[in-house]
Design a protein around this ligand. Structure first.
Ligand SMILES: [Zn+2]
Length: 487
């Protein structure tokens, strides 16, 4: 049985969610949509990157801890975030920055990235879209108050009674589960795009509800990409309608509007933006611009992307092989159209993936659709075949490599070897014996100053174990070719 307080909350939530009052006597005397002009939330939490795990499909990588203050005026599409972010992976760096943003433009001040950047700079559109999405997702009653209920149905689970409420807000469908015993949302989810798996659920779970100015707020919030933890935080202070100093949301006059397509992209995959920002590598673009081919050996090309994530093309008399598929299918499509132009009629026989991290494999589906067989470490095979199935793609031929394998379908010998390392399980390198050249990702990046001694030593130890004579490496990062012994 509900007590009076719960009944009141339940009726409040129902009225917010459904736009009707469940019980006239319990009718709330205010409306969240109209009366909550702004909210100030202080929290501390942790970021995780599910697609950066050591083991394919394994525990998400813990990438950073943070303290955050958000001031958000939902009806006006104004927000300011003040971050103290302690990045832990891939580098241990403390960062302090603020983001002030309106619906279509914003300003970042301070350091939000491992790489140096100007003190003040315009926010990218993708991040604006993703940040707003996150605010709506993590504040379910405010979301409901600004949306419209289009369907509701009751269900029972784990001994409780729940209501699943479909809400449309901001041209997006959200699914809210309300616990009938408390009248409060236990989770909100929405469908987002994922490079590997196509449509996936971005789900937020709410716990520890407390009233602030008569309105319930969750004080523990956990965000998931499907079943993988993305972010979790505890809120330490919430103020409804805080005092807002004049100029708090103010932006420089000369700031330009961002591209709508980028804002929509960020909104449609906010999980991706959260994960990248949590690594201290915020990302605001599709990496499809400026793909370029650089010959680094006979019929061997490093395919560079504009932002430093590359793949390798091996041209043989009977076909082509690609190593790695950075980021997105859109980038792979760009590479494929270049292949069709330069080597018309030459079939793409192999896509070799060095490891499962999304920055080097997110564009894999396009190459498989073009007819390539997938060559990957044995420990990755299930992850990629599940992803294909989940995304509604045809199953592909998968060559699951244990210690090593030889590929000879392009009329030129390619060897692949497992490299045991702590960055990612089931990692491979691709070796072209006629050029004594190997393609490696993340463990060593030719010409880069930031090479980590551990990755280099893991690479060279495995190379010695396999007994191959590598003269030069070319990397998924770094430009051209090189060898750690010569640096
Ligand atoms: Zn990696």
């Amino acid at each position: 049985m509900m007590n009076n307080n719960q009944l009141l909350l339940w009726s409040l939530v129902l009225s917010v969610v459904a736009g009707v009052s469940a019980d006239a006597s319990a009718q709330p005397t205010f409306s969240i949509a109209e009366d909550v002009a702004a909210v100030r939330i202080e929290s501390s939490g942790q970021n995780f990157t599910p697609r950066q795990s050591v083991t394919p499909g394994g525990a998400p990588r813990h990438t950073s801890d943070y303290d955050l203050t958000v001031i958000w005026a939902p009806g006006e599409w104004r927000a300011r975030e003040e971050w103290a972010l302690h990045a832990l992976y891939p580098s241990d760096v403390n960062m302090n920055f603020t983001m002030t943003y309106h619906e279509s433009l914003g300003l970042t001040e301070g350091q939000d990235s491992l790489s140096p950047s100007p003190e003040k700079r315009p926010m990218g559109g993708a991040r604006i879209g993703a940040n707003f999405k996150t605010l709506w997702l993590t504040n379910p009653l405010i979301l409901a108050a600004h949306g419209e209920v289009v369907a509701a149905s009751e269900f029972r689970a784990a001994g409780g009674r729940y209501e699943r409420v479909a809400i449309v807000a901001h041209d997006t469908q959200w699914s809210m589960v309300v616990d009938q015993a408390t009248g409060l949302p236990v989770e909100v989810s929405t469908v987002e795009a994922d490079p590997h798996r196509g449509d996936i659920e971005h789900r937020v779970v709410f716990e520890d509800w407390r009233e602030v100015a008569g309105i319930p707020f969750p004080y523990r919030v956990k965000q998931f990409l499907e079943d993988k933890l993305l972010r979790r935080e505890i809120r330490t202070s919430i103020i409804v309608n805080p005092e807002i100093s004049p100029g708090l949301f103010q932006l420089p006059e000369n700031l330009q509007d961002t591209e709508e397509s980028l804002r929509e992209w960020g909104w449609s995959m906010s999980h991706f933006s959260i994960a990248r920002a949590g690594l201290g590598i915020p990302q605001d673009y599709f990496e499809t611009h400026g793909v370029s081919f650089h010959e680094i050996g006979e019929d061997l090309y490093q395919i560079r992307g504009s932002e430093g994530d590359h793949n390798l093309l091996i041209v043989g008399p009977d076909g082509l092989a690609i190593v790695d598929a950075p980021w997105f299918d859109q980038r792979s499509e760009e590479v494929l159209s270049e292949l069709a132009e330069r080597w018309p009629g030459k079939p793409l026989k192999y896509l070799i993936l060095t490891h499962h991290h999304i920055d080097h494999s997110g564009g894999f589906k396009a190459y498989l659709q073009a007819g390539a067989a997938l060559v990957t470490g044995r420990g990755n095979a299930a992850l990629f075949s599940d992803a294909l199935e989940h995304a509604g793609h045809e199953a592909a031929a998968i060559i699951a490599v244990g210690e090593n394998a030889t590929l000879d379908e392009i009329g030129r010998r390619i060897e692949v070897y497992e490299i045991v390392n702590t960055h990612a399980d089931a990692t491979l390198i691709a070796y072209v014996p006629d050029e004594r050249l190997a393609f490696v990702t993340d463990l060593y990046s030719p010409g880069r100053s930031r090479n980590r001694p551990r990755g280099v030593s893991e690479l060279l130890t495995s190379i010695r174990f396999h007994g191959i004579d590598v003269e030069r490496f070319v990397g998924g990062h770094g430009e051209g070719s090189g060898h750690p012994d010569n640096e």
